[in-house]
Design a binder for this molecule. Structure first.
Ligand SMILES: *Cc1c(COP(=O)(O)O)cnc(C)c1O
Length: 449
């Protein structure tokens, strides 16, 4: 079967995510037959460099042998058992290891990122109910935040394209200013911006803490906002303020956890521990859906009681799936055995050097990097930039999905210098090509996270 055969069938039967399906009249889907390392291969044998780790999940390249072997081994003993009333070795070991790594010793599982957000929000709210503070029921989130797209998660997500249609369904939260370093005024450093945003947070907390359960943040990098990066001073201040005003701090490390920002967890760069830590995406190396919310003894104890309804009566059918937990254990093994963080530091420094010509390109603005994430804005008058760029990069054998005019690279950690150079050259060539070619027929470009 060739690409063409699959395209029509997919458009007929599969409703693709985050997509106006009519766009696929002009922009063909890409049917993938197999993948290995950073490379995806379609049914006609064409290869694409997966520079976004397949929506940020694929940490160690496709088909990593160690993760594959762990899942195969697990398949031979236990694929799944319900986690209410039952338990198993992979979920116990994973919870213990994540607890040691984060100092948060109680792990609750879900299957995707949005459900981790829901779990953290519900737990925080319920904690205050159980603690005799029922008035604390609102949530603060940052401007341009993204925490997932179920109804509860959308309420703390500040991306109008995703949320405004559903506004009547959402329980409005309160937004506080983002510490996004791009907002620096004349003479301000990234740290100054962070401290300015923290003062704005304090103003809200000082007046409203009695009605606020939690502040939820994406530590260091607001991904879906277009890889907005900020100084760790904001997290330090947020921790201090949340303690002072008795508000939970929820760290959504769904995108940035597992080494993406240079440390195993982004919060480490601020030396803080959140009350809730949400993990997903990279947790299984992109093999299986799994999410996890880690929390403190204090939170756990507030639910531990003779009364059933004081417990956290929340569940998902696949909670703590054994295959997914086993994949996550294999991911943690890789971090330990291969000194991934140190190797990534060397790689990142080298890649940043390779990307120098891009940084100097006349259309490129706000070039920035954090760990294994690179991003920049493209100055262009094209209304169709994201779609045209995505398409032209595909022609050159690279998968890069800009968010509005922000181009970013978030490659699997196994990417090598040669592949990074290829990505850089394709990006330079594409920028030049788009300068001199016509627009797509449709004008408005949606952000494509
Ligand atoms: C992707 C993401 C989510 C949602 O995860 P899903 O698995 O897509 O539901 C939540 N928060 C952040 C920061 C994310 O990047």
């Amino acid at each position: 079967m060739s690409n063409q055969d699959w395209l029509a069938r997919s458009r007929q039967a599969v409703w693709h995510p985050c997509t106006q399906m009519k766009r696929h009249e002009a922009l063909p889907l890409v049917p993938i037959a197999r993948a290995e390392g950073v490379w995806l291969t379609d049914f006609d044998g064409k290869r694409y460099l997966d520079a976004v780790s397949s929506w940020w999940v694929n940490l160690f390249g496709h088909g990593h042998p160690a993760i594959k072997a762990a899942i195969k081994d697990q398949l031979d003993s236990l694929e799944h058992v319900m986690l209410a009333g039952f338990t198993h070795r992979p979920v116990i070991e994973l919870s213990e290891r994540l607890g040691k790594l984060t100092g948060l010793g109680h792990a609750f599982y879900g299957s995707d990122g949005a459900s981790a957000t829901e779990i953290a929000l519900k737990m925080s709210f319920h904690y205050w109910q159980n603690s005799g503070r029922p008035g604390k029921m609102r949530f603060l989130s940052l401007e341009n935040s993204y925490h997932g797209e179920t109804v509860g998660a959308l309420a703390v997500t500040d991306v109008p394209l995703f949320s405004s249609t559903y506004a009547p369904l959402l329980k409005a939260g309160t937004r506080v200013p983002t510490p996004d370093a791009r907002q620096a005024r004349d003479g301000e450093t990234a740290e100054d911006v962070a401290r300015r945003a923290a003062r704005a947070l304090e103003n809200v907390l000082a007046k409203q803490a009695d009605s606020i359960a939690a502040l939820i943040v994406e530590p260091l990098v607001q991904g879906a906002a277009g890889m907005a990066m900020y100084h760790p001073a904001y997290l330090e201040e947020a921790r201090r303020l949340c303690d002072r005003y008795q508000v939970h701090l929820i760290a959504d490390e769904i995108a940035v956890g597992f080494g993406r920002t240079g440390t195993l967890f982004a919060c480490e760069q601020a030396g803080i521990r959140p009350d809730f830590l949400c993990l997903s995406k990279g947790i299984t190396g992109g093999f299986l859906p799994l999410s996890c919310v880690l929390t403190t003894d204090g939170v756990y104890q507030a639910f531990y009681h003779d009364e059933v309804a004081r417990g956290f009566l929340h569940s998902h059918s696949y909670t703590g799936n054994a295959l997914a937990c086993r994949a996550a254990l294999a991911v943690l093994d890789l971090f330990e055995q291969e000194d991934v963080l140190a190797r990534n530091r060397e790689k990142a420094a080298h890649f940043s050097t390779l990307l120098a010509p891009l940084r100097a390109h006349p259309q490129v603005r706000q070039f920035r990097q954090q760990g294994m994430i690179w991003a920049f804005e493209v100055e262009t008058t094209r209304g169709d930039f994201a779609m045209a760029f995505f398409s032209a990069m595909l022609q050159r054998g690279c998968l890069v999905r800009p968010i509005g005019n922000t181009v970013y690279f978030m490659p699997p950690y196994v990417i090598e210098a040669e592949e990074m150079a290829l990505l850089c050259q394709a990006t330079l060539d594409t920028l030049d090509e788009l300068q001199h070619s016509g627009q797509w027929p449709e004008r408005a470009t949606p952000p494509l996270p």
